[in-house]
Write a protein that binds this ligand. Sequence first.
Ligand SMILES: O=C(CO)[C@H](O)[C@H](O)COP(=O)(O)O
Length: 226
Amino acid sequence: MASIDDDKKAAAVAAVAEVRDGMLVGLGTGSTAAFAIQALGERVAEGLQIRAVVTSEASGKLARELGIEILDFATIAQVDLTIDGADEIDSRCFAIKGAGGAMLREKIVAAASARMVVIADGSKRVDRIGAAKLPVEVLPFAIAYVMRVLTDLGAAPTVRDNYRTDQGNLVVDCHFATLEDPRATAATLAAIPGILGHGLFLDEVNAAYIATNGVVTRLERMGASD
Ligand SMILES: O=C(CO)[C@H](O)[C@H](O)COP(=O)(O)O
């Protein structure tokens, strides 16, 4: 029986097989993304010619150690393929991300990407997203106000202890009693001044590789979802 790490690695290797010579690749954050960076590093060592942008300092450090050329994302307008993990993914290719706190950069890199694939072990596959905590990145200046608004919305917000994002901001983990209309929730969060980003990925994910007991399943987005 495959371990969770075996499954993370299997999903990562399947996604990395999509990478071709000449691509600019977006590298996600987290333990599953680290398996993808590792697999990509092995292909680079074998001669694959790619360059990459990263969604966190941690992923950048790992990628550089593996000999992957990293570009400054501030100079990049378009990425070919981004590979990233998720905390939950459903059949609509809706995802919740951000347990690792990198969702703001991850969302930006995903938005800039022609294609984004999520990689995950089977525990992340759900019927409908909503059980996982939904993180939001908050400007420290706005934290008291944002906490009041999120509490009024019934989001049961908690500030992540002793944590700052790579941009120096706070993360507030939310949990809504239901996430029946994720688009409405995303719009509500995006409209709150002081919230810089949130972990709902509703339009970014094109496909997912999900591994359960060593078997990798590919989920492909079928046009527009709601
Ligand atoms: O969104 C993320 C980081 O912001 C991660 O991709 C997500 O939390 C999954 O992490 P892991 O692969 O370690 O379970």
